[in-house]
Design a protein around this ligand. Structure first.
Ligand code: ADP
Length: 312
Protein backbone atom coordinates (compact mmCIF):
# COMPACT_ATOMS: atom_id res chain seq x y z
CA UNK A 1 0.00 0.00 0.00
CA UNK A 2 1.60 3.26 -1.10
CA UNK A 3 0.79 6.60 0.54
CA UNK A 4 -0.06 9.95 -0.99
CA UNK A 5 1.25 13.36 0.04
CA UNK A 6 -1.20 15.48 2.09
CA UNK A 7 -1.86 19.08 1.04
CA UNK A 8 -0.61 20.56 4.30
CA UNK A 9 2.59 18.92 5.48
CA UNK A 10 2.57 17.71 9.10
CA UNK A 11 4.54 19.97 11.46
CA UNK A 12 7.14 17.96 13.32
CA UNK A 13 9.25 19.34 16.14
CA UNK A 14 12.43 17.48 17.06
CA UNK A 15 14.27 18.17 20.32
CA UNK A 16 17.58 16.39 20.28
CA UNK A 17 21.23 15.91 19.47
CA UNK A 18 23.34 17.04 16.54
CA UNK A 19 26.70 15.30 16.04
CA UNK A 20 29.48 15.05 13.54
CA UNK A 21 30.38 11.39 13.01
CA UNK A 22 34.11 11.07 12.32
CA UNK A 23 34.66 7.62 10.85
CA UNK A 24 38.23 6.30 10.67
CA UNK A 25 38.73 3.07 8.75
CA UNK A 26 41.78 0.88 9.35
CA UNK A 27 42.85 -2.73 8.85
CA UNK A 28 42.32 -3.32 12.56
CA UNK A 29 41.47 -1.24 15.61
CA UNK A 30 44.47 0.04 17.60
CA UNK A 31 45.32 -1.55 20.96
CA UNK A 32 45.65 0.84 23.95
CA UNK A 33 48.85 2.90 23.55
CA UNK A 34 49.33 1.84 19.91
CA UNK A 35 49.56 4.16 16.88
CA UNK A 36 48.26 2.81 13.58
CA UNK A 37 48.08 4.19 10.04
CA UNK A 38 44.43 4.37 8.97
CA UNK A 39 42.96 4.05 5.47
CA UNK A 40 40.41 6.89 5.37
CA UNK A 41 38.53 9.54 7.33
CA UNK A 42 34.90 10.51 6.62
CA UNK A 43 32.95 13.36 8.22
CA UNK A 44 29.27 12.39 8.22
CA UNK A 45 26.52 14.54 9.77
CA UNK A 46 24.69 12.52 12.46
CA UNK A 47 23.25 12.67 15.96
CA UNK A 48 19.86 11.08 16.64
CA UNK A 49 17.92 14.37 16.78
CA UNK A 50 19.40 15.70 13.54
CA UNK A 51 18.93 12.32 11.84
CA UNK A 52 15.25 12.24 12.78
CA UNK A 53 14.84 15.85 11.61
CA UNK A 54 16.37 15.08 8.21
CA UNK A 55 14.39 11.82 8.02
CA UNK A 56 11.09 13.68 8.57
CA UNK A 57 12.04 16.53 6.18
CA UNK A 58 12.89 14.07 3.37
CA UNK A 59 9.42 12.56 3.84
CA UNK A 60 7.85 15.98 3.25
CA UNK A 61 7.18 17.19 6.80
CA UNK A 62 7.62 20.79 7.93
CA UNK A 63 10.38 20.22 10.49
CA UNK A 64 11.82 22.40 13.27
CA UNK A 65 14.82 21.29 15.32
CA UNK A 66 15.73 22.41 18.84
CA UNK A 67 19.32 21.67 19.80
CA UNK A 68 22.77 23.12 20.35
CA UNK A 69 25.88 23.40 18.22
CA UNK A 70 29.40 24.30 19.35
CA UNK A 71 31.51 27.22 18.37
CA UNK A 72 33.70 25.25 15.96
CA UNK A 73 33.98 24.29 12.30
CA UNK A 74 31.74 21.25 12.73
CA UNK A 75 28.97 23.56 14.03
CA UNK A 76 28.91 25.49 10.75
CA UNK A 77 29.07 22.36 8.60
CA UNK A 78 26.28 20.64 10.55
CA UNK A 79 24.05 23.72 10.40
CA UNK A 80 24.49 23.98 6.62
CA UNK A 81 23.74 20.27 6.13
CA UNK A 82 20.45 20.66 8.04
CA UNK A 83 19.53 23.88 6.23
CA UNK A 84 20.03 22.20 2.83
CA UNK A 85 17.48 19.57 3.91
CA UNK A 86 14.96 22.33 4.69
CA UNK A 87 14.98 21.87 8.48
CA UNK A 88 14.03 25.06 10.38
CA UNK A 89 16.94 25.98 12.64
CA UNK A 90 15.70 28.95 14.71
CA UNK A 91 15.78 26.65 17.77
CA UNK A 92 19.38 25.51 17.19
CA UNK A 93 21.44 27.66 19.53
CA UNK A 94 25.15 28.50 19.26
CA UNK A 95 27.14 27.44 22.31
CA UNK A 96 30.27 29.53 22.91
CA UNK A 97 33.36 27.89 24.39
CA UNK A 98 32.05 24.39 23.74
CA UNK A 99 32.67 21.88 20.98
CA UNK A 100 29.87 20.46 18.83
CA UNK A 101 28.81 16.90 19.58
CA UNK A 102 31.21 14.42 17.99
CA UNK A 103 31.20 10.64 17.62
CA UNK A 104 34.67 9.22 16.93
CA UNK A 105 34.03 5.90 15.20
CA UNK A 106 36.85 3.48 14.45
CA UNK A 107 35.93 0.69 12.01
CA UNK A 108 38.25 -2.21 11.19
CA UNK A 109 38.09 -4.39 8.06
CA UNK A 110 36.19 -7.12 9.91
CA UNK A 111 33.38 -4.58 10.52
CA UNK A 112 34.06 -4.43 14.28
CA UNK A 113 33.86 -0.87 15.59
CA UNK A 114 34.79 1.22 18.57
CA UNK A 115 32.98 4.49 19.34
CA UNK A 116 33.67 7.44 21.63
CA UNK A 117 30.87 10.02 21.83
CA UNK A 118 31.65 13.52 23.08
CA UNK A 119 28.24 15.16 23.79
CA UNK A 120 29.74 18.70 23.69
CA UNK A 121 27.00 21.27 23.09
CA UNK A 122 24.27 18.57 23.18
CA UNK A 123 25.01 18.08 26.87
CA UNK A 124 24.25 21.77 27.48
CA UNK A 125 20.72 21.78 26.01
CA UNK A 126 18.62 22.94 28.97
CA UNK A 127 14.90 23.13 29.72
CA UNK A 128 15.14 26.92 29.18
CA UNK A 129 16.23 26.31 25.59
CA UNK A 130 12.93 24.60 24.83
CA UNK A 131 10.50 27.40 24.00
CA UNK A 132 6.75 27.05 24.48
CA UNK A 133 5.95 28.77 21.15
CA UNK A 134 7.67 25.98 19.20
CA UNK A 135 5.06 23.59 20.63
CA UNK A 136 2.09 25.78 19.78
CA UNK A 137 2.73 25.21 16.06
CA UNK A 138 3.63 21.49 16.14
CA UNK A 139 1.58 18.35 15.45
CA UNK A 140 4.20 15.84 16.62
CA UNK A 141 7.24 15.94 18.92
CA UNK A 142 10.12 13.51 18.29
CA UNK A 143 12.50 12.79 21.18
CA UNK A 144 15.56 10.63 21.87
CA UNK A 145 18.05 10.50 24.76
CA UNK A 146 21.30 12.07 23.55
CA UNK A 147 20.46 15.35 25.34
CA UNK A 148 19.89 15.80 29.11
CA UNK A 149 16.91 13.82 30.42
CA UNK A 150 15.48 16.87 32.28
CA UNK A 151 15.24 18.71 28.96
CA UNK A 152 13.40 15.75 27.41
CA UNK A 153 10.97 15.72 30.36
CA UNK A 154 10.31 19.46 29.94
CA UNK A 155 9.62 18.92 26.23
CA UNK A 156 7.11 16.14 27.05
CA UNK A 157 5.28 18.44 29.50
CA UNK A 158 5.10 21.31 27.00
CA UNK A 159 3.89 18.96 24.27
CA UNK A 160 1.09 17.65 26.49
CA UNK A 161 -0.02 21.20 27.34
CA UNK A 162 -0.25 21.94 23.61
CA UNK A 163 -1.89 18.65 22.51
CA UNK A 164 1.19 17.64 20.54
CA UNK A 165 1.65 13.90 19.91
CA UNK A 166 4.78 12.72 21.76
CA UNK A 167 7.08 10.02 20.35
CA UNK A 168 10.13 8.83 22.29
CA UNK A 169 12.89 6.63 20.90
CA UNK A 170 14.54 5.77 24.27
CA UNK A 171 18.04 5.51 22.78
CA UNK A 172 20.77 5.30 23.75
CA UNK A 173 19.85 3.37 26.91
CA UNK A 174 20.44 5.59 29.96
CA UNK A 175 21.16 4.68 33.57
CA UNK A 176 18.49 5.64 36.14
CA UNK A 177 15.76 5.96 33.49
CA UNK A 178 13.05 8.19 35.08
CA UNK A 179 9.65 6.46 34.79
CA UNK A 180 7.96 9.76 33.70
CA UNK A 181 9.83 9.45 30.39
CA UNK A 182 7.38 6.74 29.39
CA UNK A 183 4.44 9.09 29.82
CA UNK A 184 4.30 9.54 26.02
CA UNK A 185 1.93 8.66 23.18
CA UNK A 186 4.40 6.34 21.44
CA UNK A 187 7.59 4.69 22.65
CA UNK A 188 9.73 2.90 20.03
CA UNK A 189 12.81 1.21 21.49
CA UNK A 190 14.86 -1.46 19.73
CA UNK A 191 14.97 -4.92 21.27
CA UNK A 192 17.91 -4.35 23.64
CA UNK A 193 16.50 -1.02 24.90
CA UNK A 194 13.07 -2.63 25.36
CA UNK A 195 14.62 -5.53 27.29
CA UNK A 196 16.40 -3.09 29.62
CA UNK A 197 13.22 -1.09 30.24
CA UNK A 198 10.92 -4.06 30.84
CA UNK A 199 13.17 -6.89 32.06
CA UNK A 200 11.68 -9.10 29.31
CA UNK A 201 14.22 -11.10 27.33
CA UNK A 202 13.26 -10.54 23.69
CA UNK A 203 13.98 -13.56 21.52
CA UNK A 204 10.79 -13.86 19.45
CA UNK A 205 8.01 -11.64 18.11
CA UNK A 206 5.83 -13.10 20.90
CA UNK A 207 8.22 -11.98 23.65
CA UNK A 208 8.48 -8.58 21.93
CA UNK A 209 4.67 -8.22 22.07
CA UNK A 210 4.80 -9.10 25.75
CA UNK A 211 7.47 -6.40 26.31
CA UNK A 212 5.32 -3.92 24.35
CA UNK A 213 2.45 -4.62 26.76
CA UNK A 214 4.79 -3.94 29.69
CA UNK A 215 5.86 -0.62 28.16
CA UNK A 216 2.17 0.32 28.09
CA UNK A 217 1.76 -0.68 31.73
CA UNK A 218 4.72 1.60 32.46
CA UNK A 219 2.91 4.57 30.89
CA UNK A 220 3.19 4.60 27.08
CA UNK A 221 -0.12 4.80 25.15
CA UNK A 222 1.21 2.86 22.13
CA UNK A 223 4.40 0.76 22.04
CA UNK A 224 6.50 -0.39 19.09
CA UNK A 225 9.62 -2.53 19.36
CA UNK A 226 12.00 -2.51 16.40
CA UNK A 227 13.69 -5.82 15.70
CA UNK A 228 16.35 -4.92 13.08
CA UNK A 229 16.26 -7.43 10.22
CA UNK A 230 13.21 -9.07 11.81
CA UNK A 231 10.92 -6.05 11.32
CA UNK A 232 8.92 -4.63 14.23
CA UNK A 233 6.05 -5.43 16.58
CA UNK A 234 3.43 -2.92 17.71
CA UNK A 235 0.73 -2.84 20.35
CA UNK A 236 -1.78 0.00 20.24
CA UNK A 237 -3.82 1.65 22.99
CA UNK A 238 -6.76 -0.73 22.39
CA UNK A 239 -4.50 -3.76 22.99
CA UNK A 240 -4.44 -4.75 19.32
CA UNK A 241 -0.96 -5.95 18.33
CA UNK A 242 0.91 -7.33 15.34
CA UNK A 243 4.26 -8.16 13.77
CA UNK A 244 5.33 -6.32 10.61
CA UNK A 245 7.72 -8.54 8.67
CA UNK A 246 10.96 -6.92 7.45
CA UNK A 247 11.21 -5.62 3.89
CA UNK A 248 13.90 -7.58 2.06
CA UNK A 249 16.93 -5.35 1.43
CA UNK A 250 20.68 -5.83 1.40
CA UNK A 251 21.82 -4.12 4.59
CA UNK A 252 24.96 -1.99 4.18
CA UNK A 253 24.83 0.36 7.17
CA UNK A 254 22.11 0.09 9.81
CA UNK A 255 23.40 3.07 11.88
CA UNK A 256 20.35 5.29 11.49
CA UNK A 257 17.63 2.75 10.66
CA UNK A 258 15.96 3.45 14.02
CA UNK A 259 16.05 7.22 13.39
CA UNK A 260 14.46 6.81 9.94
CA UNK A 261 11.86 4.56 11.61
CA UNK A 262 10.92 7.11 14.31
CA UNK A 263 10.68 9.95 11.77
CA UNK A 264 8.36 7.86 9.59
CA UNK A 265 6.14 6.92 12.55
CA UNK A 266 5.78 10.61 13.43
CA UNK A 267 4.89 11.58 9.88
CA UNK A 268 2.26 8.87 9.33
CA UNK A 269 0.57 9.28 12.72
CA UNK A 270 0.32 13.04 12.06
CA UNK A 271 -1.32 12.17 8.74
CA UNK A 272 -3.94 10.14 10.59
CA UNK A 273 -2.66 6.61 9.87
CA UNK A 274 -3.30 3.80 12.37
CA UNK A 275 -0.39 2.50 14.45
CA UNK A 276 -0.33 -0.63 12.24
CA UNK A 277 -0.18 1.41 9.00
CA UNK A 278 2.46 3.73 10.47
CA UNK A 279 4.59 0.76 11.59
CA UNK A 280 4.47 -0.76 8.10
CA UNK A 281 5.55 2.54 6.51
CA UNK A 282 8.30 2.97 9.14
CA UNK A 283 9.64 -0.57 8.60
CA UNK A 284 10.04 0.32 4.92
CA UNK A 285 11.80 3.57 5.93
CA UNK A 286 14.18 1.65 8.23
CA UNK A 287 14.88 -0.91 5.52
CA UNK A 288 15.80 1.78 2.96
CA UNK A 289 18.06 3.51 5.51
CA UNK A 290 19.76 0.18 6.31
CA UNK A 291 20.46 -0.39 2.63
CA UNK A 292 22.39 2.90 2.29
CA UNK A 293 25.64 4.30 3.65
CA UNK A 294 25.73 7.10 6.24
CA UNK A 295 23.20 8.38 8.76
CA UNK A 296 21.68 11.52 7.23
CA UNK A 297 22.73 10.83 3.61
CA UNK A 298 20.92 7.47 3.80
CA UNK A 299 17.51 8.82 4.88
CA UNK A 300 14.74 7.81 2.44
CA UNK A 301 12.30 10.02 0.57
CA UNK A 302 8.60 9.22 0.36
CA UNK A 303 9.14 7.96 -3.21
CA UNK A 304 11.82 5.51 -1.97
CA UNK A 305 9.40 4.12 0.60
CA UNK A 306 6.44 3.95 -1.78
CA UNK A 307 8.63 2.00 -4.23
CA UNK A 308 9.45 -0.59 -1.54
CA UNK A 309 5.82 -0.77 -0.39
CA UNK A 310 4.64 -1.29 -3.96
CA UNK A 311 7.11 -4.15 -4.48
CA UNK A 312 6.01 -5.93 -1.31
P1 ADP B 1 18.01 0.73 15.81
O1 ADP B 1 18.80 1.38 14.71
O2 ADP B 1 17.34 1.72 16.71
O3 ADP B 1 18.72 -0.37 16.54
P2 ADP B 1 16.64 -1.31 14.23
O4 ADP B 1 17.98 -1.85 13.85
O5 ADP B 1 15.70 -2.22 14.93
O6 ADP B 1 16.74 0.06 15.05
O7 ADP B 1 15.97 -0.80 12.85
C1 ADP B 1 14.76 -0.07 12.79
C2 ADP B 1 13.86 -0.69 11.75
O8 ADP B 1 14.50 -0.64 10.46
C3 ADP B 1 13.52 -2.17 11.99
O9 ADP B 1 12.35 -2.29 12.78
C4 ADP B 1 13.29 -2.69 10.57
O10 ADP B 1 11.96 -2.46 10.19
C5 ADP B 1 14.23 -1.82 9.71
N1 ADP B 1 15.50 -2.54 9.47
C6 ADP B 1 16.66 -2.41 10.14
N2 ADP B 1 17.60 -3.27 9.65
C7 ADP B 1 17.01 -3.94 8.64
C8 ADP B 1 17.43 -4.97 7.73
N3 ADP B 1 18.67 -5.47 7.76
N4 ADP B 1 16.54 -5.44 6.81
C9 ADP B 1 15.27 -4.94 6.76
N5 ADP B 1 14.81 -3.98 7.60
C10 ADP B 1 15.66 -3.48 8.53
Amino acid sequence: MTTSVPQTPPRILVVGSINMDLVVRSERLPAPGETLVGRSLSEIPGGKGANQAVGAARLGADVSLVGRLGNDGFGGTLRSALAIEGVRLDGVLPTPECCSGVAMIGVEDSGQNCITVVPGANGLLTSDDVQAEEFARADVLLLQLEVPVETVLTAIKLAKKNDVLTILDPAPAVLNFPPELLNVDVVCPNESEAALLTGVEITTAKSARHAAGKLQQLGARHAIITLGDKGAVFRDASGSSGHVEPFPVTAIDTTAAGDAFAAAIGLRLAEGASLHEATEFACAAGAVAASRKGAQPGMPTRADINRLLAQA
